[in-house]
Design a protein around this ligand. Structure first.
Ligand code: DAT
Length: 171
């Protein structure tokens, strides 16, 4: 039985991990957090002083994921999306969070000053949505509101319905 690959993207704090893990537990699909994977494997190629974070070694990330992605049934979570092979994903979800909610979440994560402002701006300018629209066919890119627990439930329901339909159409 072939299963689709999903990409969850969006600004840090919008709820990718929360949605991805819950989706994986409800569907039995594999959840992969690219940030965690990079940390564990030290898949970095330097440090960005301006943004105060390590620079992802994108080629090594792709090499490590390739086999799993070709099997299908993978949920990928990352706050970037332009370097993944386009052929990997059957659907792309960009989570969106209103500023006041995002501010509180990032602040309680310990972000402050420039890092906090940069991430809020990233969401206001819909940077990840534009990156996704430029990197994948527009028809497969969907925005999902991710402000409240009700949003989370609705997103889970909608995505599970989509997966079910995809399985019917492709098996
Ligand atoms: P990300 O993986 O995009 O960085 P996260 O899943 O770690 O985000 O979520 C950040 C925080 O927000 C975390 O404390 C859980 C909370 N959260 C996530 N989705 C939410 C939602 N739909 N409603 C309310 N809180 C949410």
């Amino acid at each position: 039985m072939r299963r689709p690959n999903l990409l969850l993207t969006g600004t840090p704090g919008v709820g990718k991990t929360t949605l991805g893990k819950e989706l994986a537990s409800r569907t039995g699909m594999t959840y992969i957090n690219v940030g965690d994977m990079a940390k564990e494997g030290e898949l970095y190629e330097g440090f960005d002083e301006e943004y105060d974070c390590p620079i992802l070694d994108e080629d090594r990330v792709i090499d490590e994921l390739e086999d799993k992605m070709s099997e299908g049934g993978v949920i990928v979570d990352y706050h970037g999306c332009d370097f993944f092979p386009e052929r990997w994903f059957h659907i792309v979800f960009v989570l969106r969070t209103e500023n006041s909610f995002l501010y509180d979440r990032l602040e309680s994560r310990g972000y402050k000053g420039k890092k906090l402002q940069d991430n809020l701006q990233c969401e206001i300018f819909q940077t990840l949505y534009e990156e996704a629209m430029l990197s994948y066919r527009e028809e497969i890119v969907h925005q999902l509101p991710s402000n409240t627990p009700e949003d989370l439930e609705r997103n889970l329901d909608q995505i599970m319905q989509w997966i079910e339909q995809w399985m019917k159409d492709n098996n």
